[in-house]
Design a protein around this ligand. Structure first.
Ligand code: SME
Length: 167
């Protein structure tokens, strides 16, 4: 593939430099492709293969017909819960608040939805389109406190850069 990413070469970089390297590559990958599923699948894959600390990464898409439901979309990792609800769990909380949520220890988060019993920490970034939550990006780790403000900053930047693919 012309736009192949050399993941091995990223291993020695800091978290920030990894994000700075993959963001233009994500932009190049989605350039010229209008299919939402294809693009979200590739974004999930780039994140999963860039960060060893990520156990699961993917998108939950707001259901257009069933109010308050987030439906499992493209992801990388083990099979996951197929539907989540606004206001419940980490994804539902980020969707309801319309802001990113970082959870250092998912066991301490009231209502956390366990799709993978190995999950220890999580970050969820909402995708806001004209003020409405159209999806959330959910990233999990088997390590405690895997995500911080650097992840928030760059994952939000990734969402901003790919917002147009949500139509
Ligand atoms: N833990 C999430 C559910 C989704 S899975 O982690 C993939 C939550 O509490 O919303």
């Amino acid at each position: 593939m012309e736009k192949e990413i050399k993941y091995e070469a990223l291993a020695e970089l800091s978290k920030e430099d990894k994000y700075k390297t993959i963001i233009p590559q994500i932009e190049a990958l989605i350039e010229g492709e209008s299919d939402l599923t294809a693009n979200l699948a590739n974004v999930s894959s780039v994140l999963k293969y860039t960060f060893n600390s990520i156990s699961w990464v993917g998108f939950y898409i707001t259901d257009k017909t069933e109010k308050g439901v987030l439906r499992l979309g493209p992801f990388q990792g083990k099979p996951a819960c197929t539907r989540l609800f606004f206001g419940k769990g980490v994804c539902g909380t980020a969707a309801e608040r319309k802001e990113s949520v970082i959870v250092e220890d998912v066991n301490a988060f009231p209502g956390h939805v366990f799709c993978d019993s190995g999950s220890k920490s999580e970050i969820v970034v909402p995708v806001l389109k004209e003020g409405n939550v159209t999806a959330v990006l959910d990233v999990d780790s088997h390590e405690y406190s895997a995500f911080d403000e650097t992840d928030r900053k760059y994952l939000e930047e990734i969402i901003t850069k790919i917002l147009f693919i949500f139509g």
